[in-house]
Design a protein around this ligand. Structure first.
Ligand code: ATP
Length: 233
């Protein structure tokens, strides 16, 4: 579904992705783990079109997309849940969700809302509440719900567990698994490598802008370097 070949990206003259190659097959959860500053968010932004690339190719469903603007990539089937949720604080939950559906036809709005509210019943009960008044866990569910409103085929999830209490992380993992089981494809960036590897099918390790390790999640979890550097074992 997604293939990234030798992608480079820079901020000004400072290159932070030095030729990243990875792929995500339809129906997979693939996780990208790595330390602070490794380039995980930059790569997510390069896929969604927020960050330009200086070299390489990004293919989605077989088509080159690296030159397409971000809004076209959303309409094509890629939605990003940004790091730090980035909900529109003064707007109601309902209006945040509607904004996620801007690329859809009017007729698709109600079914999309019903689907998101069924997935997150807690949002259904607070549709008129300003998003800024929500707890961190509720905001994370809203950010995922907003991304789902565009009916993506590929969901980019950037650090969804950040700042959440352990019981909320468990709920979140259950939701991510349910989305995959509902045939959504997911690329998951996480500092919580333990949680990410527990639900992922495959994993990549990104270190200072380069992929240094990749494979089935169980193999990555068992790798001595990963256990020492990311799992604290
Ligand atoms: P984190 O987990 O801390 O978000 P990350 O792996 O997502 O880290 P990035 O946020 O992609 O890493 O950052 C990669 C590098 O690019 C870092 O050195 C960071 O300081 C730098 N960087 C990120 N955003 C910018 C920006 N807007 N301008 C300049 N440099 C940036």
């Amino acid at each position: 579904m997604l293939s990234i070949e030798n992608v480079k990206s820079a901020y000004g003259r400072i290159e932070v992705l030095h030729g990243v190659t990875l792929h995500v097959d339809a129906g997979e959860i693939v996780t990208l783990i790595g330390a602070n500053g490794a380039g995980k968010t930059t790569l997510m932004h390069a896929i969604s079109g927020v960050q330009p690339i200086t070299d390489g190719a990004i293919r989605f469903a077989g088509e080159r997309i690296e030159k397409r603007p971000a809004h076209e990539r959303v309409a094509f089937g890629i939605s990003q849940v940004p790091e730090g949720r980035q909900v529109f604080a003064p707007l109601s939950v309902m209006d945040n969700l509607k904004l996620g559906a801007w690329s859809c036809r009017d007729a698709d709005l109600e079914p999309a809302l019903s689907r998101v509210c069924a997935l997150f019943p807690m949002l259904d009960a607070i549709l008129e509440t300003p998003a800024g008044a929500l707890s961190g866990g509720q905001q994370q569910m809203l950010a995922i719900g907003r991304a789902l409103m565009a009916k993506p085929r590929l969901l980019l999830l950037d650090e969804p567990s950040m700042g959440l209490a352990p019981n909320l992380v468990d709920q979140l993992l259950t939701v991510i698994r349910a989305l995959r089981d509902d045939s959504l494809t997911i690329l998951l960036v996480e500092q919580n490598a333990r949680a990410a590897l527990a639900i992922a099918d495959r994993a990549y390790v990104l270190e200072t802008g380069r992929v240094t390790l990749s494979g089935p999640a169980a193999e990555i979890q068992a790798d001595r370097r990963v256990r020492e550097a990311y799992l604290g074992i």
